[in-house]
Structures are given as structure tokens and as C-alpha cells.
Design a binder for this molecule. Structure first.
Ligand SMILES: *Cc1c(COP(=O)(O)O)cnc(C)c1O
Length: 403
């Protein structure tokens, strides 16, 4: 909770002006703030949360580039106590996911803070198909003897349930990158596990609009805010959401001690991105369904993976668990790696670039990337943006043409 002075200081407003700011008005930024507690739709929360509602306050929480605050409140130093800008982002994501959110410098900084909760000698279970940075972090800790590591197929629900008995951290990624396999998160979370064990879900591909992992029983929901929340390929940020107060405090402590703090401008941009996230996702997801169906029927495509296709192996779980099927498609071009590279070199509207979740569509061959050696050499991952779907298809179809 912040006091008026805290906010006034944070916004650089001289204390003399506080009279006009009604110094006795209680500033409450969290979910008790009218009308947030009454809003049940993600669309409205994305727009309404993370704002100051006092008369005279700026409608948009400004970027506050402060390390240091005048003493006398709970906020003394940014790395320890946060800033109003980070808190706007944390409030929005926390309300969307139904928990308390801690924001980090990047997605990987958030992942590292979750791994930081483990004691020496712990056992981690990771999906066989997952984000290469997470696999890399887990593998580097294993090599140093910090923990042991097991990998399981995303859709091996029985295997995950059995693993719950011994594991200290079950890290699920669903849908997975880039094979888009969907884990039965609810079934895995309901299995008996050690009281200290954590189940975490990388929710980056689904986003909080399509999946709320804490409602499915997970202890930790993680998202790279670099992707859909930011939505414009112009920032790095990560968010970790939990319900337990002790876990939230431990994540904040980890952020403080490791200095994994978000940037002021990045947090501001992430909030700005979040405002339009529901609209962006709706459009991009509709585009993705159309493109997935057409890719599946295309003679130069050997296999199309999209959780919304009934041909997808985990389509039934996806239908039961996700509100929408997301904006990522992966497909294998007939032929070798060079045939797939040729497609990437021919697209003109779509960008040949990595990353995902932005307004612009991007395409990339994934097998060349360290940690992604398990993939077919001609697999392309397409992140569908909000462009006109017919123009996207024209671009793809032309890039897929035979030489
Ligand atoms: C990008 C990404 C991450 C890492 O996030 P950064 O913001 O790049 O550090 C983790 N998981 C998934 C699924 C991602 O796509």
C-alpha cells in the first residue's frame, strides 16, 4: 500500500501541490480499488487496472525512473520496494491471473527467480519440448550439481503424475514451444506431491486470456511479458504470479538479491501493450486458425501443428483447457532445411525474425537453435500477427511456391 506522499513523490509532484490532491484521500492501487473488484472480464481489467483514480492523477501511470525515494514510507529503494510503474504491470497481470504478480527484468529473470526457490539437491522435471532458455538454465544448474533434471513428454500425463511423487519443481509449458503440445495441467496439478513441491506453468503461449494456471491448480504461473503482454517487440519483461503470500515474498526477495528488476520504460510499455492485448489476441488468433487450416491443406506442407486443428494430437485437452488456441503455428515444409530456409527468405509481409506474440507476424526455422535439436529440420514456427489474413496468406502461399 502506498500513501499519498509516496505517490506524489514518485510522480515528482512537489508536496505543496498535495492540497489539491486531497492528501487525506486514501490511495489504494490494488484490487480493492473501485471498480476493479467488480470486473470479471479480462477485457475490462486490461483497460481499467493499474491506474490511479484520484482527482488530478494522470490517467496513465507514468514511467518512474527512480532508484531512490524520500524516506518516511514503505518505499525507500526501488530494487527492494518496487516502483509505481512496475506495480501497475503487477496489478494488471495479478488481476488477470487471480494472484499476486512479481515483475522481472525479462522472462528469463522470472524463470531464474522460480528456480531460485529450490534447495540444493532438488529434482526438476521439464517437458521434452520447451523454451530453449528454460532448458538451458535447468541444464546449466544440473551440470554444476545444483539439482537433478528429468525430461518428460508434454502429453505424458501419467508420467507427470508419477513424477509428482519425487519432484521438487514440475515446470510445465503448455502449449509447448514449438510443437504446441498441450499438457493436462489440471490432472497433473491434482496429483499428490511433496508439500514443498512446486508446479509452475509457462503460460507465455496461452497468455492469461486463454488459460489461468492458478485456477487449474498450479502454484506458479509465469509469462514472458516480452511476448503478448508487450505485444510490439519493443521490450523485455517477465511476470510471475502466485497465490501464496510466502511465495510472493520469496520471489520479491530473489528479485531484490539478484537485482532482476524491471526497467521503468519497459514496464510502462508493457502496461501500454496490455491495454490492447485482448483485441490483438482475438484478431491474431482468428488469423491463426485460418492460416493453420490452409497450411494443413497445402501440398508443400508435410505437417501442420496448431492446437485448434482437430488433427492435432492434444486437440481434445486443448479444447477442454484453453479458451482460445493461440497465435503460434508450426509446420514442416516438404523437403530439407534449405527448403524451409527458402520460405523464410521469400516472405515479404511476414518478417523473418524470432520471437512471437507481437502485432507483426514473424517466421523462423527452429531446428538450428541450440536446445532445439529435437525438431524436424524443416520445421518453421509462425507467430501470427494482426495483419489482414488474406494478405498474410498470399505472402505465405507465394513463399511456399515451388522453385
Ligand atoms: C520468450 C520466452 C521465454 C523467455 O522470456 P524472455 O522475455 O525472452 O526472457 C520463456 N518462455 C517462453 C515460452 C518464451 O516464449
Amino acid at each position: 500500500m502506498h500513501t499519498d506522499r509516496d505517490v506524489a513523490d514518485a510522480l515528482g509532484i512537489h508536496s505543496g501541490y498535495c492540497i489539491a490532491w486531497r492528501p487525506r484521500y486514501r490511495f489504494v492501487s490494488m484490487s480493492t480499488d473501485l471498480p476493479l473488484a467488480e470486473l470479471s472480464s479480462a477485457e475490462s481489467l486490461l483497460v481499467a487496472a493499474g491506474r490511479d483514480r484520484r482527482p488530478g492523477a494522470p490517467l496513465n501511470r507514468p514511467p518512474v525512473p527512480a532508484s531512490n525515494f524520500v524516506l518516511g514510507t514503505e518505499r525507500a529503494y526501488a530494487r527492494d520496494d518496487g516502483t509505481p510503474t512496475w506495480e501497475a504491470l503487477e496489478e494488471i497481470v495479478g488481476l488477470l491471473e487471480g494472484g499476486h504478480t512479481v515483475a522481472f527484468a525479462s522472462g528469463m529473470a522470472g524463470v531464474a527467480a522460480v528456480f531460485d526457490q529450490l534447495r540444493a539437491g532438488s529434482q526438476i522435471v521439464l517437458p521434452d519440448d520447451c523454451y530453449q532458455g528454460v532448458a538451458g538454465l535447468a541444464e546449466s544448474g544440473r551440470q554444476k550439481g545444483f539439482w537433478s533434471l528429468r525430461r518428460l513428454a508434454v502429453d505424458d500425463t501419467e508420467g507427470w503424475i508419477r513424477a509428482c511423487a519425487d519432484a521438487d519443481l514440475l515446470w510445465l509449458e503448455s502449449p509447448s514451444n514449438p510443437l504446441l503440445a498441450v499438457a493436462d495441467v489440471r490432472a497433473i496439478c491434482s496429483a499428490a506431491r511433496k508439500p514443498t513441491a512446486l508446479v509452475a506453468v509457462d503460460n507465455t503461449f496461452a497468455t492469461s486470456l486463454n488459460q489461468r494456471p492458478l485456477d487449474l491448480g498450479a502454484d506458479v504461473s509465469f509469462q514472458s511479458a516480452t511476448k503478448f503482454i508487450g505485444g510490439h517487440s519493443d521490450l523485455l519483461s517477465g511476470v510471475v504470479t502466485v497465490r501464496r503470500d510466502d511465495l510472493r515474498a520469496a520471489l520479491r526477495r530473489s528479485r531484490e538479491l539478484n537485482g532482476a528488476t524491471p526497467g521503468a520504460l519497459e514496464s510502462y510499455l508493457a502496461v501500454r501493450g496490455a491495454r490492447t492485448m485482448a483485441l490483438r489476441l482475438e484478431r491474431a488468433q482468428a488469423n491463426a486458425m485460418v492460416l493453420a487450416e490452409r497450411l494443413q491443406a497445402h501440398p508443400r506442407v508435410a505437417l501442420t501443428r496448431y492446437p485448434g486443428l482437430s488433427s492435432h494430437p492434444t486437440h481434445p485437452v486443448a479444447r477442454a483447457q484453453l479458451k482460445g488456441f493461440g497465435t503460434i503455428i508450426s509446420f514442416d515444409v516438404r523437403g530439407d532445411a534449405a527448403a524451409a530456409d527458402a520460405v523464410c527468405s521469400r516472405v515479404r509481409l511476414i518478417h523473418h525474425a524470432t520471437s512471437l506474440g507481437a502485432v507483426e507476424s514473424t517466421i523462423e526455422r527452429r531446428a538450428g537453435i541450440p536446445g532445439q535439436e529435437h525438431l524436424p529440420p524443416s520445421l518453421l514456427r509462425l507467430s501470427v500477427g494482426i495483419e489482414n489474413v488474406e494478405e498474410l496468406w498470399a505472402d505465405l502461399a507465394s513463399a511456399l511456391r515451388d522453385e
